[in-house]
Design a protein around this ligand. Structure first.
Ligand SMILES: C[S@@+](CC[C@H](N)C(=O)[O-])C[C@H]1O[C@@H](n2cnc3c(N)ncnc32)[C@H](O)[C@@H]1O
Length: 288
């Protein structure tokens, strides 16, 4: 693994960035190699549209061996590890307040996967600080750090890595190589207290440059045939917005035959996950 170069992240300033996450750079060829037929159809989540969770098999096939990125994830990583660990090779969950000295609910507790390596890169104990400029403006500062766990499935012997990154999600996005994110997740977020107020699924201007036109930035990081998972929170893309009163299955049945367009991508509803606050829909997102 290449050494990391860690610097502080400052809310609202341009030009300070950390080094790339090495394992996020999975090549397309590698992805194709791993995308063997063997995985397809054996997961518990494909094929049954009446279940709480369903993803069209061909969408899962397209992302096999790839990387999942979920900014502002908080503690919402369990479902994604359970669902995608048979298919993906790396997971990156990012949150401003990850605290590696406390007990993160690690995947090691789960049934058929054992932890085989673990390392912390950066200052495990650093916290978000409130700082003040000479002119009196306050801003948040954080030293990014990474907890990187590698697991192996006792059944299949496949290995996958799970990275928890403390820091601003918008900086985490910048660390990915072009076309290296296969699954992007954003849900349960808000503009209110406790929410990030960061709109990855939008192209709105922001006076905080790393937060502006984030969909265009995200799109350069997504592979050609990616999955985007959203519950409609913190988005300005009309067809991704919340559907109160409908289950995921109902929303999927309603949307599945239509193709939508935003920026340089087409979107087709390809499934749904267990609802949290509102239905979480799975979109097959392709470069136009
Ligand atoms: C409303 S919570 C949602 C958490 C999770 N998505 C869920 O559904 O449970 C928003 C999370 O974003 C984190 N957060 C706020 N601003 C952030 C930022 N700029 N970058 C990364 N995480 C951020 C907070 O620490 C919090 O855990």
């Amino acid at each position: 693994m290449k050494p990391f170069l860690l610097r502080g992240e400052i809310e609202g300033r341009l030009g300070i960035r950390s080094s790339a996450i090495p394992h996020a750079r999975s090549s397309r060829q590698e992805t194709r190699r791993i995308a063997a037929k063997a995985f397809l159809g054996y997961g518990p989540y494909v094929g049954d549209v009446s279940a709480e969770t369903f993803i069209e098999p061909e969408s899962l096939l397209a992302v096999q061996g790839g990387t999942l990125f979920y900014p502002s994830a908080g503690s919402d990583y369990g479902d994604f590890l359970t669902l995608f660990h048979p298919y993906l090779e790396s997971f990156v969950f990012a949150d401003l307040y990850y605290n590696f000295s406390s007990n993160l609910n690690r995947f090691r507790r789960w049934s058929d996967c054992g932890l085989i390596e673990s390392q912390i890169v950066g200052n495990a104990k650093a916290r978000v600080e409130r700082r003040r400029t000479d002119s009196g403006r306050t801003y948040r500062f954080v030293e990014p750090a990474y907890l990187i766990d590698v697991y192996a499935s006792s059944k299949t012997k496949r290995r996958f890595s799970v990275t928890f990154r403390r820091g601003f999600g918008q900086y985490a996005l910048r660390e990915f190589a072009p076309e290296s994110v296969n699954v992007f997740v954003h849900r349960g977020d808000s503009t209110g207290e406790g929410g990030s107020n960061v709109f990855y699924l939008s192209n709105k201007w922001s006076h905080i440059e790393p937060c502006g036109f984030l969909f265009d930035k995200l799109s350069t990081k997504l592979v050609r045939n990616a999955i985007v998972i959203s519950d409609g929170s913190n988005t300005q893309i009309p067809f991704l917005k919340e559907r109160f009163g409908a289950t995921g299955a109902e929303a999927y049945q309603f949307l599945r035959s239509e193709t939508f367009y935003f920026a340089d991508r087409s979107f087709r509803c390809a499934g749904y996950l267990r609802s949290r606050y509102q239905p979480t829909l799975v979109w097959a997102v392709e470069q136009r």
